[in-house]
Each structure stands twice: as C-alpha cells, then as structure tokens.
Ligand binder design. Structure first.
Ligand SMILES: Cc1cc2nc3c(=O)[nH]c(=O)nc-3n(C[C@H](O)[C@H](O)[C@H](O)COP(=O)(O)OP(=O)(O)OC[C@H]3O[C@@H](n4cnc5c(N)ncnc54)[C@H](O)[C@@H]3O)c2cc1C
Length: 90
C-alpha cells in the first residue's frame, strides 16, 4: 500500500469527511456443523482489494453441488469435505 498512502494522506486535509472502518476475519476450526455449512463471504472474508469474493462464492457453491450430488452421499457426509476444501482455498 506504500504507493497510495502518501497520496491518501495528502488528500485527507482537503476532504470534507473521511470514512474509516476495519475488516476482521474470524477463523473457525471447521466451516460446517450438522446440517449447516458456510460458503462465500460467510467464511472467506477475502480482502476488499482482492476482487475475488464472487469467484470464491461460486467456487464454494460448485464444491457444495459436487459433494451433494455424489452418488450415495448423505447431507452429513457431504458437508465435511466441503468444509475441508474451503479451508484449502482460504
Ligand atoms: C462494493 C463491492 C464491490 C465488490 N467488487 C467485487 C469484484 O469486483 N469482484 C469480486 O469477485 N467480488 C467483489 N465483491 C465481493 C462480492 O460481491 C462478494 O464476495 C460476493 O457477492 C459474496 O457472495 P455471497 O453469496 O457469499 O454473499 P452475498 O452476495 O452477500 O449474498 C448473501 C445473500 O443472503 C441474503 N441474506 C442475508 N441474510 C439473510 C436471511 N436471514 N435470510 C435470507 N437471505 C438472507 C442477502 O440478502 C444476500 O442476497 C464486491 C463487494 C462489494 C460490497
């Protein structure tokens, strides 16, 4: 961010108002429990400047679809691998 910070600081004195907020990420040991699985923004919390949130949400939905439609799969059996695969792309 070094390339933009000096410019931002320079513009601060001219601005009428400044919006400032923080972004936090909560890391859980698993992203599914029982019949619930978190995908997309609910678990990835990708950096606001990355521009990858939509891709990760679609990838999570695709992995969920694959596991749920696996022949003989049950809901409980399907959600654990989704949680693990989500962890690898975080
Ligand atoms: C300003 C801005 C710019 C962005 N630009 C980009 C970009 O350039 N590229 C990119 O890849 N990503 C971008 N993103 C991020 C991207 O939009 C998100 O990462 C993505 O939409 C996440 O999808 P999601 O389905 O997880 O969540 P969401 O899109 O937030 O979908 C969640 C849905 O759940 C609904 N909902 C919430 N609570 C309930 C409830 N209790 N009952 C029923 N429904 C509920 C909400 O109304 C919403 O429709 C941007 C985000 C913002 C805010």
């Amino acid at each position: 961010m070094g390339w933009v910070i000096p410019r931002l600081l320079e513009k601060c004195s001219e601005a009428n108002g400044i919006y400032f907020d923080s972004v936090s990420q909560v890391v859980l040991p698993a992203w599914s429990k029982g019949r619930v699985v978190l995908i997309g923004d609910a678990c990835h919390c990708v950096s606001l400047v990355a521009g990858q949130g939509a891709s990760l949400a679609v990838a999570g939905a695709y992995v969920l679809y694959q596991e749920l439609t696996r022949p003989g799969s049950t809901l409980a059996a399907a959600l654990a691998p989704v949680s693990e695969k989500i962890d690898t792309c975080r």
